[in-house]
Structure formats: structure tokens, C-alpha cells
Design a protein around this ligand. Sequence first.
Ligand code: AHR
Length: 503
Amino acid sequence: MSTARIKLDLDRQLGRVDRRIFGQFIEHLGRCIYGGVFDEGSPLSDERGFRRDVLDAAHGLQVPVLRWPGGNFVSGYHWTDGIGPREDRPRRIELAWRAEESNRFGTDEFIEYCRALGAGPYICVNMGSGTMDEAQAWVEYCNGTGNTHWANLRRANGHPEPHNVKYWGLGNEMYGTWQIGASTAEEYVRKARQFASIMKMTDPNIELVSCGQWGWTDWDRTVIDGLAPYVRYHSIHIYTGSGDYWRNVLMVQQADRALRICEGLIERARHQQRLQHPIGIAFDEWNVWYRTRADEQRRIGLEEQYDLSDALAVATYLNIFIRHCKSLEIANYAQMVNAIAPIFTRPDGMFLQTVYHPLRLYAAHHQPVALDVFVDSPTRELTPEEESRDTSPTGRDWKVADLGPFPLLDVTATCNPPDGTLCISVVNRSPDQDLATSIGVDGHTIQNVTVYQVNGPDLYACNSFDAPETVRVHQRELTEPLVEFTFAAHSVTVLRAQYQRRQ
Ligand code: AHR
């Protein structure tokens, strides 16, 4: 007997899933770029200094858009330090992460990396210590086609064709006390309008991203109201994470609340201001981040070690993103290499952390049209007492008890009507219960099923250099049409299949 049910109806579509939700983010932070993405002189690197093993693993994530250079780093970054002959570039004190910046990886290297990865570049400008002239010059350097100084400098640096950077972020987390040049929302709006105008005058084809907070705050409201006429996207960031298993996997539901409220704020501004152009959400930093799970030396570079429960959390984020496909256009996983990352290097190699697997499976198998899903499964509540016991650093405002009870199975489904491909992704959040589940698509049979399941020996299983496959993907084919499937405890399952109308 099944204990859970999943029912799909191909006519009940939520909308189109934007592939840009599978974006990634790289920042000048710890070993994300230097020693991660870029490692000059390493036998593992190509002639450009790009680590080949990292690039291969990153290819697996099918990254449509790559955000750079920060993060907190950008609010003290002067991009002109990072162009021209490498030996002439200044070495600077780096204030956001208390480091030194060699500037050997800069705008042209970033663009080259995006090309190598097949990703569209997304640059966030410095609205902390930076000026609007710098932001204007950056757009001109990247996209200029005229006979003007910055465009000519790009040509002189070996790039005759424009870089065509389409996405430009108006500052990073400008609300935060930790941010260089932090300000009030009103001050930010005033300044961002000036930046936006001059950047758009330089290249009217660029798309701007306003700097939001968590999606539901007064900062978000003020910024959306003030910048809606100028921007194509509003950005939000959320990090979750807890040593308590249930909090760790369920706290992610806060991303759902964030998207819902942010959607409302955007709709309100567009309606009140009679705006015609669409404004999407760019969830341009998201992840599980404990801020504690690393030894002292590694903590500085945010070199977190991820376990199986974190992989369940990451898959839940992605499910939420797919369900919000109407408003969520871009998302960037923070970050791609070494710093709170799925790809982890050392000088002689790398391994894939647990969280890599859902990221890869979702990017590889989810289809363009999201379906509304009916799920009936056992549930788990979170009590306010449980939440208040959670003292993890990411636990602050992330109280989700009121959103429960939560189904143990978190499910999304997508399809591709022209070729009849179906993808169902299921997170079984139960720590100890396998859940036998009936699965049906109205009027159709589901066949040619391939199962990809991420699982490991226990909730806290991790991968490492010594045991890189403790948590991995188990793949198999089903010979029979799908009518029932048992989702193993603490697993992420992606079912890829074909559907066919029943005769
Ligand atoms: O991704 C790590 C940091 O988290 C980023 O630099 C910042 O934007 C956020 O606070």
C-alpha cells in the first residue's frame, strides 16, 4: 500500500522555467577564484590559467549565467586595476574579506571564463567605494562599439569585439553594515538611479538588477518602488543552514515566502506606476551556509563541508524555484568553487561535495514547462519551540513554523510537450522512512523511466578527498511503466521519463 500520492495533469501548467535559474556565482573570496577557477602555473590548468578539472566539473552544471566579481568584494573593487598586462596590475589590500588582491583575474579573464563555460556574464558594479563614472566606463569597456577611450582600451587589450555583457547588478547588499559604503534604502535608491541612467545611456540594451535584501523587507519595498522604472530584475539573497536536521531542511521554505512577498511588491509597484516592462526576480545568491562548519583557517575562505542533509536542502530550493517560474528568472548559486561551494579543490585535484549532485541533476533533466503538482504525503510540523532552540547563525529571521505542516515529500515536475519528456524531482525529507508513492499523470502512461537518486549512508554523510563518493548519484532504468515508486529516506530523486496518451 502506498503511503503517499503524486498526481500530475499535463494541462495544469505553472509556466515556463527559465534556465537562468541554474546560474552560478564566483567572487574574489578565499580560494574561489585564485586556486579554484584560476590557478596559473598549475599542471592542472590550461594555457589561460583555468583549472581544467574545475572547468569540467562546472560544465556538468550547465551554467547559463555567471555572476562576478562579488559579493562583498565588489564594494571595494576598482575594475580598472584588473585589466591590461598582468605584471602591471596593482596588488591591493582587500577589505571585505581582509585579504590581498593580485588583480591577475579581471574583466577580460572573467569574460574568457564565461565563454569557456558557455555562460552569459553578469557583472555587479561597485556602489560602495565606486563612482558612477567607473560604472559607466565599465559598461563602455565591455560593450562599447564606438571610437571611444574605454572601448579602444578593450581593443588594445586584445579584444576587438565587444564582450556584450547584458546583466549588470546595481551594487551588492548595500543595506548591510558589513558592506563597504552601506546606506539607507532611500540613499541607495537616489544613487542607484544615477548609476542606472548613465549605464543605460552608455548601452541601452543592458538589463539592470536592483539590489534587494531578502524579498520581504522594507528595504525591498523601498528599492522596488524607487527603482522599478529603471530595472529589469530585483535581486534577493538567502542563506539558510542549521545543525538541527529538521531546521536545516525545512528552513529553506523561507525562500518560498521570500518569493511570494517579493512577487507581490513587484506587482504592486508595476501596477501603481503603470509600468509596461516586466520585472523578474534575480535570486542572485542562495545556499546553505553554516558560517561555522570549517576549521579556523578554512573559515576565512568559507570552505564549508556539506553533508547529505544539505543536498536535500539545495534540492528543495530548486523545487521552490521551479514552482515560482512565473517570477523567478535568474538565480545564482553562491558560490561555485571552494567558498561555500559544490566543487572543492586542492593543488593536486578536486572532489564534488554532496550539493553538487542535485545542482547537476536538476540542470540536466528539468524540462521547460513546470506543472502544478498534487502531493499527498505524511507531514512534519515544526514547533515555534523547536525554532527558538535553534541558535545557528543563519537562524535569525528564518522562522518557518507558520508555513507548516510540511509534506515529507517535496515535489516538482516539468515537461516538454513537443517530445513528451517528463521530469519529476522528489526530496524525501524523512530521516528514516522510505515512502511508497503512487504516481500518475492524468490520461497518460509514464514509461522509459531513468531514476537518478542522490543518497548516502546517513544524514550527515559527507564527501572528501579520501571518500569522494560517499554521497553520489545512483542511476538505474525501470523496465515497467511507472505507477508506484518508493522514495528512500533522506534522498533526492529525479525521475526522467516519457509520457504517452493512454489509448
Ligand atoms: O557569498 C558570500 C557572501 O555572502 C557574499 O560576498 C555576500 O554578498 C553575502 O553576504
